[in-house]
Design a protein around this ligand. Structure first.
Ligand code: TYD
Ligand code: MG
Length: 511
């Protein structure tokens, strides 16, 4: 057991607190370190409760974050925290520098959770010693997902620690019962105390540790000198940074994969954990439409795998279920004959995904027309509207436009442009898009269609879903390995401009 003794982790926690811990690569030479540091003059420390700023003098208003009355005085701890800065320390390396070519391969196997959609986003499973942040709005399903992942890993015979600062043991038990999880091999602690959680990680060395949530985690005696204020200041940026970094270090030392739940602020930024984002190895965002059942898990950052991969789940009465065929789910509620609906065939990560793009275009009563977009980048919508106005001479300048991606997916690919444009034109003209047609293409400022990667795969996916025609930019569409087609199939329809595409997809009604 690391540390030894009865309370092995008090030692670890205390150690992380000393100044030398902040200098992982150098150690102040023995003889100078301990004594020089302890002799440093004891002066009171002032620390901002909110942001961790440490001004030299007391301030009524924090000069960094602007919070009022947030500066607190702290008596210096037993070991002063300023390293022996004035004692001219001699730095001597303790670690040997290793030649890159001699570094042994790290083949530590990933811990696959068995939840396919989760493993996919991680790039094959949890990497030992890594830290991943699972971020999302409150109520989106983070705790549900994490408990299911915990039970899945435990079910594969690997020990799991589940620490919750948000729920009591019996509340977690209730949730587990609802999810139909017996919970063997999942060890619970109901605390936000990071030192306590670290102690459990170090003693049990679980394959996976879950901390729900980072906003409720705190270090009672963080390096920011928060002292007893630690527990009270949970959720502040300083605490999130301190306890997040501390837990990540402990996980790395124990070879434990750490999953942190993090709440997101209304404006979409990961609250506080912005500071955490670069400290963790992986950031996963759990998203979904308000009121909708689909949940999308997106890799925002991944040190070990792809970042554009998405996992698709459905929130059910008994928890999150993997969606076997996301394209079908995204199209499930489509009303093909309604004007304003078009189908985009996209590549999300390594797989093709087909979504419905909806648009509602109405005459505006405002001096400046309104543009609303859910799921498509507003800059793309504005570009498309401008091209429709200039190249197709459509009256978009006097129309309000609302664009929505059904199912709550946030589309990143410019290949969605063509479907967005078709949906807008369809609503504007009040004529439906050809119901057997899917589309992909990036729109250029000249109204030209730019090639999209993996055109044949998009066409195959569209075909699998029952679309007999796939509208693709002429440039790059004429690949040999397009999907096989039957006689009735129109197959790939290559178009080179938006005008051509509109003509093909939204035909004049035959009289
Ligand atoms: P939760 O995981 O608590 O969200 P978070 O941790 O992100 O705040 O999910 C809460 C919501 O999920 C709540 O509205 C109820 C719903 N839910 C289900 O629909 N089915 C379930 O099996 C569970 C556990 C929750
Ligand atoms: Mg929760």
């Amino acid at each position: 057991m690391p540390g030894g003794g009865d309370t092995p982790f008090a030692d670890q926690a205390g150690h992380a607190d000393t100044a030398t811990a902040a200098l992982p690569h150098y150690r102040v030479r023995a003889g100078l370190s301990g004594s020089a540091m302890r002799k440093a003059p004891a002066r009171p420390a002032y620390v901002c409760r909110d942001c961790g700023h440490a001004p030299a003098k007391w301030e009524g208003r924090c000069s960094r974050c602007g919070a009022w009355s947030s500066i607190e005085e702290h008596a210096p701890g037993p070991a002063a925290r300023t390293p022996g800065r004035f004692s001219a320390p001699v730095f001597a390396p303790e670690l040997e520098a290793v030649e890159l070519s001699k570094v042994p391969d790290d083949n530590a196997p990933r811990t696959a959770t068995g939840i396919g959609e989760f493993d996919r986003v991680l790039g094959g499973g949890l990497a030992p010693g890594s830290t991943a942040l699972v971020a999302g709005d409150p109520g989106i399903g983070k705790s549900t997902l994490l408990l299911q992942v915990a039970a899945a890993v435990a079910g594969r015979g690997r020990p799991v620690l589940y620490a919750s600062g948000e729920e009591s043991l019996s509340q977690i038990k209730l949730r587990a019962a609802r999810l139909g999880l017996a919970g063997e091999g999942v060890f619970l602690v109901s605390t936000g105390d990071a030192a306590e959680i670290a102690a459990h990680i170090a003693s049990r060395r679980p394959a996976l540790a879950v901390v729900d949530s980072i906003q409720t985690a705190y270090l009672a005696d963080s390096a920011g000198g928060l002292g007893a204020a630690g527990a009270a200041s949970r959720g502040t940026i300083a605490q999130i940074r301190e306890s997040g970094g501390f837990l990540a270090d402990q996980a790395r030392l124990s070879g434990t994969a750490l999953l942190l739940a993090g709440h997101v602020t209304k404006d979409g930024a990961i609250a506080g954990p912005k500071v955490l984002e670069h400290m963790v190895d992986v950031v996963l965002q759990l998203e979904g439409e308000p009121g909708g059942a689909l949940r999308l898990l997106r890799g925002v950052k991944n040190r070990f795998g792809p970042t554009d991969e998405i996992g698709v789940f459905e929130m059910r009465g008994d928890g999150l279920a993997e969606v076997a065929d996301p394209s079908r789910s995204f199209l499930a509620q489509r009303q093909a004959s309604t004007p304003g609906s078009a189908v985009a065939t996209l590549i999300e990560g390594t797989r093709p995904i087909t979504v419905e793009i909806q648009a509602l275009v109405t005459p505006t009563f405002l001096p400046a027309p309104r543009r609303v977009s859910n799921g498509v980048d507003m800059s793309r919508v504005l570009l498309i509207a401008a091209v429709l106005s200039k190249r197709l001479r459509l009256p978009v300048a006097t129309s309000d436009i609302v664009v929505n991606v059904a199912g709550g997916l946030r589309v990143k690919e410019p290949a969605a442009d063509l479907a967005v444009a078709l949906a807008i034109v369809s609503s504007l003209l009040d004529r439906p898009v050809d119901p057997g047609m899917a589309a992909a293409g990036e729109i250029g400022l000249g109204g030209e269609l730019r090639s999209v990667p993996q055109a044949p795969r998009r066409a195959s996916e569209a075909r699998r879903l029952g679309f007999d025609a796939c509208l693709l930019p002429a440039n790059g569409a004429d690949s040999e390995d397009g999907p096989p087609r039957t006689k009735a199939d129109r197959g790939i329809l290559a178009v080179s401009t938006l005008v051509e595409a509109v003509r093909a997809a939204i035909p004049e009604p035959s009289r």
